[in-house]
Ligand binder design. Structure first.
Ligand code: CA
Length: 628
């Protein structure tokens, strides 16, 4: 009873406040600027400022009309919908906000769109992606480790704390990534994550998945301008850049969460709780409404409010935020985090809109599903029961990841060992285009591959050889090239790269450093580094691996043989997953081998005659370029 009385009183005071409030300054207009000449001419401007909601807005600029002005529950917001027609030239115009005798003006700029061959290239199976976590890769600028006014600084001893890695660190080491043969870089999110931390419960936000401002690079990484310069440098060196985005959630300290525009901007955690993480509820024909609601409306974690993309104002805001970053920074692709968790209709529209503006662009959705069918469901043109089309070109191939890890670790049998990989790829008929799947043996959310294979470097090499020669777009997680280990706990698999920090004892960015690191850890790091580097460089020039057909043979004695072939050439991959030597009879492979007399292993350079059995070493992969 008392509570209700207080609420009513507050409401009266609040309403009275609105009536008498004066216009204060405009704090934000988002997007900060825009461009003339988009396919979609509608532009939403989110205007934020004390009591701006009750003002009258107007503008006067050739080719631009103010179509609609929307005020919402919170008087501090006003949404303007502009029509930026084909006639609008780049330039600056004034938006006028009036209330009573008070007038505010805001200068708004339309830029000219930039077209160049190094921007917005997309990515595909001709690429090898290097995934790195900006906070953990290299600290190129220790002066930005602590930013006055931002909540968290650097603590090198606390696993969940920030370590100070930044954009300069990435920029300084692009040559290293290029030398490794990588043709694309995927950065974990770079948006501002100015969040309060609680290391005891594992709440640290160095990872970037709890945005507090979606238009700004976290200043501990650098400025927006530094970010764009790094992307341009990378593209000029021949490496594309993939941005990590999240539309399922933001951080609790996001500026619009602290002053919500509307109650239904987010889902109410008090009602829906946290997500059940069971994204199968989205396509499961027998799923209950309760389970589905929990998946889609539940919060990812307590620090990440779940966005309601069915709020049309929010949907427009998020789509524009994406277009803004693509046009502003020139990025080549997006990796969308937690792709199945938002409303699927929103995700489809977001994807469609991005690809409409940027037809060469690519998007990979993180669809962390249990099996091939539910993964394939997310790829464009999948024949869903409802007719739903995701428009999503690329999906993350978790089923193949599991098959590789299990296949290398378990006892071989009818459907185990390398046969597990054979059977998993055999379900590719479910995918619209499995060659667009992003494939991996680990990433920032998974146990590092070296740890997954029980620190057995021979298994490690087999996994890498298969990853780089089967169908799909391979992704290598930073540190894989230097055999980094780490278990399932977040900080363990996201440790800093040795040599990235001033004063590091060993610098693994150099050959000498890798030699030292190998001696220190008693691991063949230089050999594995060269193994990976050799295959990647070879792969980069091999169209037959990018787009050639894949034909594989039922594994026998845990030896898996497959061919990549096109009209011009044939590559035979032979993987002996057992420790013993094996004499491989070649008769079964006649449909390919009848035209060829020898094969050259691109790793060792050894040449093999194909007129008799192939004598295979135990635990070895052969990548044979066949010759007549
Ligand atoms: Ca730094």
């Amino acid at each position: 009873m008392i509570k209700r009385f207080l609420l009513t009183t507050c409401f009266i005071l609040f309403t009275a406040g609105v009536i008498h409030a004066q216009l204060a300054d405009i704090e934000r207009v988002e997007p900060e600027f825009w461009w003339a000449g988009f396919h979609e001419t509608e532009l939403q401007l989110l205007v934020y400022g004390d009591n701006i909601g009750s003002s009258r807005a107007s503008l006067n600029y050739p080719g631009v009309t103010l179509k609609q002005v929307i005020s919402v529950e919170n008087p501090n917001y006003l949404f303007l919908y502009l029509d930026v027609t084909d006639e609008a030239e780049p330039g600056t115009f004034t938006i006028i906000f009036k209330k009573g005798d008070r007038v505010l003006t805001h200068e708004y700029t339309l830029l000219e769109r930039e077209f160049s061959s190094t921007r917005h290239q997309g990515f595909d199976s001709s690429d090898v992606i290097y995934l790195l976590m900006p906070d953990r890769f290299a600290n190129g600028d220790p002066t930005n480790d602590e930013i006055p006014g931002m909540i968290e600084g650097v603590d090198m001893d606390e696993p969940f704390a920030r370590k100070g890695g930044d954009i300069k660190g990435i920029s300084d080491n692009l040559e290293y990534i290029k030398d490794l043969g990588m043709t694309a870089i995927w950065l974990n999110p770079t948006f501002e994550n100015d969040m309060p931390y609680n290391y005891e419960i594992g709440a640290g936000f160095y990872h970037g998945y709890a945005a507090t401002d979606m238009y700004k690079v976290d200043r501990r990484f650098g400025t927006n301008e530094e970010f764009v310069a790094m992307i341009q440098k990378s593209q000029e060196m021949g490496m594309k850049v993939i941005m990590d985005k999240i539309h399922n959630h933001v951080g609790t300290h996001h500026w619009f969460i602290k002053d919500l525009p509307m109650a239904d901007w987010i889902h109410d955690q008090a009602v829906v709780g946290n997500t059940n993480y069971r994204t199968d509820t989205i396509m499961d024909p027998y799923a209950s409404q309760a389970d589905f609601n929990s998946t889609v409306k539940g919060w990812f974690v307590d620090e990440m409010p779940d966005l309601n993309q069915r709020n049309p104002l929010l949907a427009d805001y998020l789509i524009q935020n994406t277009i803004w970053w693509i046009e502003y920074s020139g990025i080549d692709g997006i990796r969308m985090d937690t792709h199945p968790y938002p409303y699927q209709d929103y995700m489809a529209e977001w994807t469609r809109r991005v690809l409409e503006e940027y037809p060469d662009f690519n998007i990979v959705g993180e669809v962390w599903m249990q099996n091939v069918a539910t993964t394939a469901w997310w790829q464009y043109d999948f024949p869903t029961a409802s007719g739903y089309n995701s428009y999503l070109p690329s999906v993350t191939d978790f089923p193949l990841y599991r098959a590789i890890v299990s296949g290398l670790n378990e006892e071989p049998g009818w459907d185990t060992g390398l046969a597990r990989i054979f059977y998993t790829l055999g379900q590719d008929f479910l995918y619209t285009d499995p060659f667009l799947n992003v494939i991996f043996v680990d990433n920032h959310d998974l146990t590092r591959f070296m740890t997954s294979v029980g620190e057995d470097y021979e298994k490690y090499k087999l996994g890498l050889a298969m990853l780089l020669t089967t169908r799909g777009i391979p992704q290598i997680y930073y540190g894989t090239e230097i055999m980094k280990m780490g278990g399932a706990n977040d900080p363990d698999k996201r440790r800093i790269f040795p040599g990235g920090w001033p004063g590091d004892e060993i610098n693994a960015f150099t050959a000498e450093g890798r030699e030292k690191l190998g001696q220190k850890r008693n691991l063949p790091i230089p050999e594995v580094f060269e193994y990976l580097r050799t295959i990647v460089h070879w792969r980069n020039g091999k169209e037959v691996i990018h787009t050639g057909d894949l034909t594989h043979f039922i594994p026998e004695n845990n030896v898996y043989v497959y061919f990549r072939h096109n009209e011009d050439e044939t590559v035979m991959v032979v993987v002996n997953g057992s420790t013993g030597d094996y004499s491989l009879s070649l008769g079964r492979f006649d449909e390919f081998l009848y035209r060829y007399s020898s094969g050259t292993d691109i790793i060792s350079g050894d040449e093999f005659e194909l007129d008799s059995n192939l004598l295979l070493d135990g635990m070895r992969a052969y990548i044979l370029e066949l010759s007549r």
